[in-house]
Write a new protein. Sequence first.
Length: 279
Amino acid sequence: MQLLKNHLYIVSTPIGNLDDITLRALTVLKNSDIILCEDTRRSIKLLSHFKIKKKLVSYHKFNEKKQLANIIKYFNEGKILSLISDAGTPLLSDPGRLLVNECIEKGIQVIPVPGVSSITSALSISGFKDQFLFYGFLPKTKNDLEKVLTDLSEKEYTQVFFVPSKKINFYIEYFKKSFSGRKILIAKEISKVHETFFRDDIDKLKIFKNPIKGELTIVISEKNKQRETFDEKKIVNKIKKYLKNYSLKDTVQLILETEKIGKKKVYNLCLKVKNEKSF
């Protein structure tokens, strides 16, 4: 296989088990002049395992803007460049978008070298519908998280997230509020020695009493439309009752605690009742 000059190769690497690397990925890396790495310290371990010695250039979210001009110079010199992330497929919740767009703008060909992804790996064993939405890392703050999950709870598709293991209990609390009636798969350390899968109904899911370590990929099942049926007249009467003594925000929360309805629908219904002032 002959690599083409003035091309950028986006190379997928293993997410745990080194045997998962593809023959094409090895060929591309061995024949690249320069390999752009998210973390050279981690990448050198992978490359050393396969006896690949190439010039490594650090390229991560903190320096990607600064590095653009230098990288384009390499292309102008006729170099063959590959981009790898710490694990999996680059650009999926990893740096690289700025570089790819710069290459497209300057007429530099961008070539994918497919391989392992924790997203599709977790999805493939979930048993959920394959029409899915990948969000990546969820917001860390309460207000931003509530806003995002309120919107996502209305989507019918299977959904995939990345979550830091040390904050899993924080996110579980909000998953239960936003995705009631759905199922969840928590995939830990996919393809690694301590690979573990947790499956449950979100409504029954309990917090982890003992800390869990490692990288987590969360898959939440498609929306169960049957759970969305509700007696609107009954709900409206409840809203009127609560609004006499509680704020709009508290009323929404009280309804969510007793009814299996999406948060966005509850909020809109409460707002409608409040604006009509019929209570």
